[in-house]
Design a protein around this ligand. Structure first.
Ligand code: VGL
Ligand code: ZN
Length: 192
């Protein structure tokens, strides 16, 4: 897989403390993807880091979160430690941070949902998106599907994604859905 730095963008989805082990909505092995992402970051000129950035009374929060019904423990509350990017994640100066889910009454899994992401990518004449991050079955999936809907070629760094996987099998099903929708996948080690 050869990167064209002028036409390719890297989108790192929600690699935040709350989605990593020890966090409020921890994804199993969520932190294991950080060194893999750090390895590919220098290959890209166009870098976008999405973050879940919820108000404290966000509509997805529940004191009895069920997960399967998309009710969650409070997570990634604006300005809190849990909302910070993983401390070891490289964040180059030229990276663009895309905040989503920023109003109480609206859920937003996709990095394109009520953000300037599509407009920024089009302004930069980006054609292909490389996507990785957390969680495979929610925000990575929604971002990848919206990328396809917006006309981009989408390639997932499969080894640099981890999912919630409740119930078990959800992540596997997600990969099928992404493939059926036209997304491609590769490994971070495949970059020439
Ligand atoms: C996410 C559940 C709730 C994600 C965000 O980043 O995939 N999942 N909020
Ligand atoms: Zn959220």
């Amino acid at each position: 897989m050869r990167i064209d730095p002028a036409r390719d963008a890297l989108i790192v989805v929600d690699v935040q403390r709350d989605f990593c082990p020890g966090g409020a909505l921890a994804v199993r092995e969520g932190d294991e993807i950080v060194p893999l992402i750090n390895q590919v970051i220098p290959r890209f000129e166009h870098l976008f880091f999405t973050r879940d950035w919820h108000p404290a009374d966000h509509c997805s929060f529940s004191p009895k979160p069920q997960f399967v019904d998309k009710s969650w423990p409070a997570h990634c509350v604006q300005g809190t430690t849990g909302a910070e990017f993983h401390p070891l994640l490289l964040l180059p100066e030229n990276a663009v941070i895309i905040s989503k889910g920023v109003t109480s009454d609206k859920e937003a899994y996709s990095g394109f949902d009520n953000t300037p992401l599509a407009e920024l990518l089009k302004k930069r004449h980006i054609q292909r998106l490389f996507i990785c991050g957390l969680a495979t079955d929610y925000c990575v999936k929604a971002t990848a599907l919206d990328g396809l809907k917006n006309g981009f070629t989408v390639v997932l760094f499969a080894d640099a994604c981890r999912g919630v996987d409740i119930p078990p099998g959800t992540v596997e099903e997600t990969w099928r859905e992404l493939r059926d929708a036209g997304a491609l996948s590769c490994s971070t080690g495949d970059l020439a």
